[in-house]
Design a protein around this ligand. Structure first.
Ligand code: HEM
Ligand code: HEM
Length: 175
């Protein structure tokens, strides 16, 4: 398969949709009350439901990337091609790890959650206090590592706009 030279509309829409949903997701995560004590309320139901939407979109995006590969910008020096590839693959991996650790954590707590109060959400495992203890902190570790990598990714995008002054940012913009 020959690599395309530019991102298509689907890749761009999926990229910015995930960005917007992640922003909402971090806000809900930090603003929602501590859930260690009681059963999950509405903020947690929305956090988990939105997390499942993000998980679905990231899997779709990854499948789209594999079936519609885009060549790196030809003007990039080899070290930037390599590092951007590594950062992009790791971003996919970390979104996956963040969502799966969250879903596992909720499953081990034995919660029954509905997807946006519409249909019951399948859980990944049965209740287990030992596994809650073993997994404690992993979701936070993944969410913070993801945030650091997003910071690096955004800093690189800004460097391309203001320092390198090339067309890297345009690749992900409409048009
Ligand atoms: C990429 C998507 C996600 C992001 C960015 C995210 C982010 C967060 C944040 C910021 C918190 C607050 C924890 C803290 O104080 O640092 C949190 C807690 C939590 N999230 Fe997520 N989350 C995501 C997906 C999910 C999913 C898919 C689920 C479950 C299906 C989930 C379940 C939970 C649970 C159970 C907690 C409370 C856990 C605890 O406090 O130890 N999250 N999440
Ligand atoms: C304001 C925030 C963001 C900006 C300005 C931005 C900008 C960009 C740009 C310009 C590209 C194209 C790079 C190229 O290949 O030439 C790109 C690709 C990419 N971005 Fe972002 N991004 C942002 C946030 C995010 C976030 C939060 C994620 C987390 C999932 C993300 C994940 C990716 C991935 C995985 C690619 C590679 C696409 C692919 O080839 O499949 N981006 N981004």
């Amino acid at each position: 398969m020959t690599d395309r030279l530019q991102y298509g509309i689907t890749a761009k829409v999926l990229h910015w949709l995930v960005v917007a949903l992640l922003l909402v997701q971090y806000l809900i995560g930090w603003l929602m009350p501590d859930v260690h004590a009681g059963p999950p309320g509405a903020p947690m139901t929305f956090h988990i439901s939105l997390g499942i939407v993000i998980l679905t979109l990231i899997v779709l995006r990854f499948a789209w990337r594999l079936t519609h590969p885009v060549a790196p910008e030809s003007s990039l020096p080899p070290w930037q091609r390599l590092t951007s590839e590594v950062v992009h693959w790791t971003l996919y991996l970390l979104v996956l790890a963040t969502t799966v650790t969250g879903w596992l954590f909720a499953s081990f707590r034995g919660w029954s959650i509905s997807f946006f109060y519409l249909v019951p959400l399948p859980m990944l495992a049965s209740k287990s206090e030992a596994n809650v203890k073993a997994l404690d902190g992993w979701h936070q570790a993944m969410e913070w590592t993801l945030l650091v990598l997003i910071g690096i990714h955004v800093a690189a995008a800004i460097a391309h706009i203001f320092i390198y002054r090339d067309r890297i940012m345009q690749r992900m913009l409409p048009g």
